[in-house]
Every structure is written in structure tokens, then in C-alpha cells.
Design a protein around this ligand. Structure first.
Ligand SMILES: Cc1cc2nc3c(=O)[nH]c(=O)nc-3n(C[C@H](O)[C@H](O)[C@H](O)COP(=O)(O)OP(=O)(O)OC[C@H]3O[C@@H](n4cnc5c(N)ncnc54)[C@H](O)[C@@H]3O)c2cc1C
Length: 437
């Protein structure tokens, strides 16, 4: 009987631990073929002439793919890397390596699912099946206490029902030795220049240097765990830094670390109520936006057309340019935008402030801001970005929860309350010569 080979198409799951498709392929096949495709679509320019993927995120991705290759090699395997349209590359590889089936993790956003559909169609032409797996969330879709179409639009109800009626599954095992076919050409990882980008310049003021890859992600998780162990049980605040943010989002976004891994590791530290509760809540927000994307599809983005354009400022293009360049004249907003442009990362609070300011104070079309974040953020993730923006713009699926709507007012308060502003922001504002806070 001939050997069975399964191609594992890595996308936003660049890890070996808790990776269901990898484990399942190893169980079902004699040999597996791990593949990553750099799809030129993600390195095109947007309608504003800016790169769809900014250079901080692109560098992080290159590092993460290199990290995956290294970790697969440590398991006796190899990662095939190609640059091109996956709908053309995957069938070619399948024919070359006599592949019987292709596995991948299902995505939820329009562009990603569109790519999967194209791949599925092209594989179908050579009579191969693309098997979809559900991953990427803390709670498995099959374990939700409601079908996707009935998921509550209110985050509060979603949270209450999930916490009462669902459980987080344990992590899957990490594979041992991985059998692969003889690979003739594993392919080079492209450089930033080959992707049409320039090397980003690291800003010395950045709080954290994000280095891509599974190994770095697991290291960051350990840093975070030791921080929360030291944090004060009363406040959940850490003696050294202003909060217990994990800074894990860039790794989470492209799957260098699994949410279940984070969840179970965090729970092991005990002290759940005070220090770990906020993190689990944040992970739930991530699930919520992802499931909302699954339920409503393009609604978040299409909502643009439903906006009343008369609500937008007449000179919104000019105001938008000021916002993105950090020249609005509002020191806090300007400092945050300089931080975003210089590092590719700002914390959640800073995102809320700048987004709320663009929407409520400047009266600029929110989708311009969401597109700008899409380009710049090192942790850009379609559902989290567009979902949060839609939420702030008041057109998300859960306007009643009103989590962000008063940001513009709070920004006004912040301007008069220097002591409320993160020291780092004060430092960056001073060193960038924006007027005093
Ligand atoms: C306008 C706007 C745009 C955003 N765009 C993105 C994005 O493109 N990608 C992204 O990962 N997050 C996005 N967020 C959510 C949030 O700002 C980041 O996830 C968070 O700042 C990452 O820092 P952390 O890893 O230290 O988070 P922690 O506080 O440590 O939280 C742990 C994890 O929970 C998830 N999470 C936390 N807050 C949220 C939230 N509000 N919505 C969804 N998931 C959340 C992230 O995966 C995060 O890594 C956005 C928020 C706003 C307000």
C-alpha cells in the first residue's frame, strides 16, 4: 500500500506546540509536508499608496517563519517556503510530493477566507481535499453554548454564558519526531527588500523589542508569568510597570503561541482572581470579536456605507493626515501616534484614545483610522482591529456595552491631568518636542 502524505499549510499558526493540524496530520499520515507561502497580496500597496503590511510587522513575520523552520528542523522536519499565490503553489507542491490531503486552520476575515476558497478550488481541480480545522480562539467553536448565528451580540451576555457553560480545552500534545518526504528545494525566506519594504529602524524609546517566533513567544509568556507572580494581589499592578499587560499580541496574532497555552500556564500560577482575571477577560474580548466576524461577516467593514457622511468633517482628509502624522496639536494623541509610527506598537489604552479622538473629536471616517492601524500595527489582526474600531465608532454589534464611547471626553481630562499619563508617554512627548503635557 502506498504511503500517505499530508501537506500542512501554515498561516497564522506558526508553532509546533498545541497545533492541532500538525498533530492530526502526523497521526493520520506516514509523512507530512510543512509549507509556508509568502503571498504577494499582503505586500501590495493600499489605495492610499501605503504598504498593506508595514515593515515592523513584515520583519516580525519573517522572524517567525524562520523560527518555525528552526523548530521543525529540531523535530527532524523541514519547512518548505515559497513566495507566490498559494492557490498556484500548493497544487504544484501536492503534485510534486504526491500529497493526499491538505490541512489548514480556518480563518474568519474576508481576505483570508477568500484565499482559502481559491486554494480549495484549485486543489479540487486535482481532486484533493482542503481540510479545515477550527483553531485561533480560546474557546473552541464546537464548545460554545450557542450556534454561531445565535451568539449574543452583547459582550456582557456572551461572557456570562461562556463562563457558565463552556470550558477551555486542554492543549494538544507537542509532537516528537516528524517524518517528511525527501525535500529537494526547501526554499529561501525572502528578505524585506524582496518584499518591497525597507528595514525598520528600531527606536530606542520602545518599551519592548518584539522578536518573532515561537521560542520568543514562549519566553515572553514566561516573563509575563514572573511579572504577575510578583504583582500586588490587591491592585493587580506590578511594582515596576504600570499594568500587567502581557505584550503577547504580536505572537498571538500569527499563532506563535496558542491561547490555550497562555490560559493554562496563567491558571497554574494561582492568584487567578486578582492578577490573571484581566488577562483572561482580554482573551475573551479577542474571541468575541472573532466570533462576531464569523457571525456578521463583512458587516463591520461594510458599515462604512451606512454611515451618514454628513457626520464627517468637511476637511476630514486634512484632519486625518494630522492625526496619522501626530500633528493634531493635542499632545497626548500626537505622542501616541509618534509612538505607533516609530515602533509599530501602542497599548490598548493608547489605541482607544487615538481611535476615539479620530472618530469623536476630529469627526473623521473611522475606516480610515482602521486602515492606518492595519498597515502600522505589528499585531494587526482583522477581527480585533476592525471589531474594536467599529465598536469605538458606535456601529459595532454591541453599542450598548459602551466600553469606549467616552474616550474623547477622557482625552480632554487627560490633557489637564499630567499625573494620569503614563510616564513613557511623557518621555516620548518631551523627546519628540511636542508641547508640554
Ligand atoms: C482601535 C483598536 C484596534 C486594535 N487592533 C488590534 C489588532 O489589530 N490586533 C490585536 O491583537 N489587538 C488589537 N486591539 C486590542 C488590544 O489593543 C491589543 O490586543 C492589546 O493592546 C495588546 O497588548 P497585550 O498583548 O499586552 O494585551 P493584554 O492586555 O495582555 O491582553 C492579552 C491578549 O488579549 C487580546 N486582547 C486584549 N484586548 C483586546 C481587545 N480589546 N480586543 C481584542 N483582543 C484583545 C490580545 O490578543 C492580547 O494579546 C485593538 C484595540 C483597539 C482599541
Amino acid at each position: 500500500m502506498s504511503e500517505k502524505t499530508i501537506l500542512v499549510w501554515f498561516r497564522n499558526d506558526l508553532r509546533i506546540h498545541d497545533n492541532e493540524i500538525l498533530l492530526e496530520a502526523i497521526r493520520k499520515a506516514d509523512k507530512i509536508l510543512p509549507v509556508y507561502c509568502f503571498d504577494p497580496f499582503y505586500f501590495t500597496k493600499t489605495s492610499t499608496g501605503e504598504p498593506k503590511t508595514g515593515n515592523f510587522r513584515a520583519r516580525f513575520l519573517l522572524e517567525s517563519v524562520a523560527g518555525l523552520r528552526k523548530n521543525l528542523q529540531a523535530h527532524g522536519a523541514e519547512l518548505i517556503v515559497r513566495t507566490g499565490n498559494p492557490a498556484e503553489i500548493l497544487p504544484q507542491l501536492c503534485e510534486e510530493y504526491h500529497v493526499n490531503e491538505v490541512y489548514h486552520h480556518r480563518e474568519v476575515a474576508y481576505e483570508e477566507t477568500n484565499i482559502s476558497e481559491q486554494v480549495e478550488e484549485s486543489l479540487w481541480k486535482i481532486k484533493l481535499n482542503l481540510k479545515h480545522f477550527i483553531g485561533h480562539t480560546l474557546y473552541h467553536k464546537e464548545d460554545l453554548p450557542f450556534p454561531i448565528k445565535d451568539i449574543p451580540d452583547s459582550f456582557a451576555i456572551f461572557k456570562k454564558k461562556i463562563e457558565r457553560d463552556s470550558n477551555v480545552r486542554p492543549c494538544t500534545d507537542t509532537p516528537g519526531e516528524i517524518n517528511i518526504p525527501v525535500i529537494t528545494d526547501s526554499g529561501e525566506i525572502p528578505t524585506l527588500t524582496q518584499l518591497g519594504l525597507v528595514e525598520p529602524i528600531d527606536d530606542h524609546r520602545a518599551n519592548i523589542k518584539f522578536a518573532g517566533g515561537e521560542t520568543e513567544a514562549l519566553k515572553q509568556l514566561q516573563n509575563f508569568l514572573s511579572n504577575i507572580k510578583q504583582a500586588s494581589p490587591k491592585t493587580g499592578k506590578n511594582s515596576g510597570s504600570s499594568s500587567v499587560s502581557s505584550h503577547l499580541s504580536p505572537w498571538i496574532t500569527i499563532g506563535c503561541i496558542s491561547l490555550r497555552q497562555i490560559y493554562w500556564e496563567v491558571l497554574k500560577t494561582g492568584n487567578f482572581q486578582h492578577n490573571n482575571g484581566p488577562l483572561i477577560l482580554e482573551l475573551l474580548w479577542r474571541d468575541y470579536f472573532r466570533f462576531m466576524f464569523k457571525k456578521h461577516g463583512q458587516k463591520f467593514i461594510a458599515a462604512k456605507n451606512g454611515d451618514d457622511v454628513s457626520d464627517f468633517a468637511e476637511n476630514q482628509d486634512e484632519l486625518f493626515d494630522k492625526w496619522k502624522n501626530g500633528t493634531t496639536g493635542t499632545p497626548l494623541v500626537d505622542a501616541i501616534m509618534h509612538e505607533l509610527n516609530a515602533t509599530g506598537y501602542i497599548n490598548n489604552y493608547s489605541r482607544q484614545i487615538t481611535a476615539g479622538y479620530l472618530v469623536n473629536t476630529l469627526k473623521v471616517d473611522w475606516t480610515k483610522g482602521a486602515s492606518y492601524f492595519e498597515e502600522k500595527l505589528i499585531d494587526y489582526s482583522p477581527a480585533s482591529n476592525w471589531g474594536n474600531w467599529a465598536f469605538i465608532a458606535g456601529i459595532g454589534s454591541d453599542p450598548r456595552d459602551n466600553r469606549y464611547f467616552n474616550i474623547a471626553r477622557q482625552t480632554g481630562e487627560l490633557e489637564t491631568k499630567g499625573d494620569f499619563i503614563d510616564t513613557w508617554l511623557c518621555d516620548i512627548a518631551k523627546s519628540l518636542h511636542v508641547s508640554s503635557l
